[in-house]
Write a protein that binds this ligand. Structure first.
Ligand code: ADP
Ligand code: ZN
Length: 722
């Protein structure tokens, strides 16, 4: 850089870009990670092209010098463009997006050696019970003092005490140890003709590196993974990096196994469960280009890949790709933009693509590649409705007789069953039979959900928990509290009563909260140690259990309640996905869906298997209503602990709404979750024509209104769940 003045983006969302002086002897370029002084503080910052981040210029004499350059590769230009685009499109502070790219400041600590701690195996005599318990909980795990303290649920002082006592020792970890290089020739599959054709198209795209989005549209079990593995193999052979995004971290473990079978080693995994040292190692290897394949949750999208050659979004229709906190972005859409800036192909893989994605295909922007049949001898399972009005379960039960019979037969054949209900816990509502009192979360507009396994009532929005009460807090009645409605725990109880010999597992984010737990579940299923799984949406994706032949959907209507514009589409996707777990091997699968509305269009489409006409009807309805993908929405959420302050700000914003042709503002009104984590929430919903630059309008509009500092205003562009 010629001038000694540079513009930087500081890692602080409240601050815009700032100018600094580069002291003598320091060299920086756009992307360099530097340390900038701000008042008495020192902040991480990234050098940026000044013309891309306009700001008020201060005179040369008032510039403060940068304090240092971090020993890490610079943030590459394509990622800088992605950060700008994301901030612009989702109306977020560029620094908030940058934070995701830097992942955690610890990723940047210069030292190549980290110090972790682990048990020495020597247990001193006379340990306090607390220290002893801490040692037991830590087991053979390793981590920073802070991490070990969290694992053992003790204070850091307890861990330090154990270090002093010689029970725990420091180990130094070299974070620049390279990751193994996956071998494209390790476990090469013999592809079916169809697979080979599709893989050929993808490999060509990887070899020539144009920006090109693909929709890899293949029914569940058609071998999409095997196909995109070939594209990854081509990227590895070309020395290029690949990124695979998965919707849940619970899916990484089975993915790692499959990857290992194909490439002879594991890829780099990136998710929230990583220890700080693992995170630093992965970040550096990705930034230097040493790590060739990364698999991760949506946050892996913002890492500084040195030469990305392929992006895969698996189960691309999944709504968990939509981030609902902090920067509200949709990882599927940002992935396509990253492909644009990196100039590389992007593969969206799904058996039930989102209507938005199908629309991009219809417009000719994405190339569709189809795998219409299951791989090998496997057939798609038949889906049969159970009319809950005609053939209801016996009173107080939730599994209808027809499904009970099917489970019975499946158990008798020694095959596995999956019962699906997208509701954690035992019962979604607890009610006092005597006075009608309902248990509500004090912080949220939500009922407290009973979790019988841990004897608690819990709020699924804020995590608030209370011990399950014995008597009603309102009327003091004893034994009057009743559980209303089913959750997975209740279904598991019912199944245990019906089939006392069956080995039953509950699979939800409560039971599969870490990749290790997920791995344990997969192993038990594969070993045949489980006969019946009761699970939430967590079991609907990705898993491949050849001996699982029966799927029962306990409440197919559940997702249809509420006025969400994607309700029918989502129900269709979810049930197709869960149905897709059945009959993936040689044995045929069977699926029952329990519904009170067997004649609803979505149920009929599921039973007939006619996805095309269902999608066509949905798409037409959306077009008529000018809703996504034909029109667009943005939600402005105004929240505060002070209800009046939130209400007042929401009204002011409402009054200041500009008159714009093709745009309409609904509200303000209480948001669908009127209270969340103790904050009162109001919402304005903006509906606009596709062609309108609604972000620009909202930016100017919100810029013209002032509100109390107690109020937070967040914009959710392309919102879900409304
Ligand atoms: P999808 O991702 O489309 O649901 P998968 O890639 O999981 O499908 O494939 C389903 C099953 O078929 C997996 O067990 C996979 O290993 C197997 N399979 C797919 N293609 C092949 C192939 N060409 N050779 C051997 N096994 C394959
Ligand atoms: Zn709550």
């Amino acid at each position: 850089m010629t001038s000694s003045r540079v513009r930087v983006l500081v890692l602080n969302a409240a601050l815009g870009p700032l100018d600094y002086r580069v002291p003598h002897g320091m060299t920086v370029e756009p992307g360099s990670i530097v340390i900038a002084p701000l008042g008495p503080r020192q902040l991480l910052a990234v050098v940026w092209e000044p013309e891309r981040l306009p700001c008020e210029e201060v005179g040369d004499n008032r510039l403060r010098p940068l304090l240092g350059v971090v020993d890490a590769p610079p943030i590459p230009a394509p990622l800088r463009r992605l950060i700008e685009w994301t901030a612009d499109y989702y109306l977020a502070a560029p620094a908030s997006v940058l934070r995701m790219a830097l992942s955690s400041t610890s990723a940047l600590e210069g030292a190549k050696l980290a110090t972790e701690y682990r048990a020495t195996g020597q247990v001193p005599d006379r340990l306090t019970p607390q220290r002893q318990q801490a040692l037991e909980r830590i087991g053979d795990r390793q981590g920073l003092v802070r991490e070990l303290a969290t694992m053992a649920d003790v204070s850091e002082a307890v861990v330090r005490g154990l270090v002093k006592a010689g029970a725990i020792e420091a180990v130094s970890v070299d974070i620049d140890v390279p990751y193994p290089i996956p071998d494209p020739a390790y476990g090469v599959p013999v592809l079916s003709e169809q697979q080979a054709e599709v893989a050929g198209v993808l490999c060509d795209a990887v070899a020539t590196q144009p920006f090109r989005p693909f929709l890899l549209d293949g029914v569940t079990g058609s071998g999409k993974t095997e196909v995109y593995f070939e594209a990854i193999a081509a990227a590895i052979a070309a020395g290029k990096q690949s990124l695979v995004l998965l919707p849940e971290i619970a899916l990484t473990e089975p993915f790692l196994k499959r990857f290992h079978a194909r490439f002879g080693c594991e890829p780099v995994a990136w998710h929230s469960d990583l220890r700080s040292t693992q995170r630093r190692r992965a970040w550096r290897a990705i930034a230097t280009g040493q790590a060739l394949v990364t698999v991760g949750a949506r946050s892996a999208l913002f890492l500084p890949y040195a030469n990305l050659g392929l992006i895969v979004v698996d189960e691309a229709h999944e709504t968990s790709f939509k981030q609902e906190e902090g920067v509200h972005y949709h990882a599927r859409d940002v992935a396509v933009m990253r492909g644009l800036f990196e100039r590389c192909p992007v593969v969206l893989a799904s058996a039930t693509p989102a209507i938005e994605t199908r629309h991009q295909v219809a417009l000719g922007r994405y190339t569709e590649l189809k795998l219409p049949g299951r791989y090998g001898k496997a057939e798609l399972p038949a889906i049969e409705p159970i009319d809950l009005i005609e053939e209801p379960p016996i009173r107080g039960r939730w599994i209808a007789p027809k499904l009970v019979n099917a489970i019975d037969e499946t158990l008798a054949r020694g095959e596995q069953t999956l019962l699906f209900l997208n509701r954690r816990g035992y019962a979604p509502l607890t009610l006092c039979r005597s006075c009608g009192h309902r248990f509500q979360c004090p912080n949220c507009t939500a009922w407290m959900v009973e979790h019988r396994l841990i004897h608690r009532l819990s709020c699924h929005h804020c995590g608030h928990m209370i011990p399950t009460p014995r008597k009603c807090p309102e009327c003091d009645a004893e034994d009057a509290l009743v559980a209303c409605g089913p959750g997975v725990e209740r279904i598991a109880d019912e199944a245990a009563a019906l089939f006392p010999d069956a080995r039953i597992a509950i699979v939800t984010s409560d039971t599969l909260w870490s990749p290790a737990k997920a791995a344990e579940f997969v192993n038990r299923m594969e070993a045949g140690d489980i006969d019946l799984v009761v699970g939430t949406q967590l079991v609907t994706k990705g898993y491949h259990f050849p001996n699982l032949t029966l799927v029962g959907v306990i409440d197919a209507d559940l997702g249809l309640a509420g006025g969400d514009l994607r309700a029918a589409e989502r129900t269709f996707q979810q049930i197709m996905q869960v149905a897709g777990r059945a009959g993936r091997g040689e044995k045929p699968g069977h699926v029952f869906i329990q519904t009170t509305a067997p004649d609803a269009a979505v149920m009929r489409a599921l039973v007939s298997g006619d996805a095309e006409s269902f999608y066509a009807a949905e798409t037409e309805a959306r077009q008529e209503a000018e809703v996504p993908p034909f029109g667009r929405y943005a939600a402005i959420i105004v929240s505060s602990e002070d209800k009046d302050a939130a209400n007042d700000a929401a009204r002011r914003i409402g009054r200041a709404a500009p008159e714009v042709e093709g745009m309409h503002v609904f509200g303000p009104a209480p948001a669908p979750l009127a209270m969340l984590r103790g904050r009162h929430r109001f919402r304005l919903l903006v509906h606009a024509r596709r062609q309108l630059d609604v972000q620009d309008v909202i930016r100017d509009w919100l810029g013209s209104v002032e509100w109390s500092s107690k109020v937070r205003v967040a914009v959710d562009v392309d919102p879900y769940n409304f």
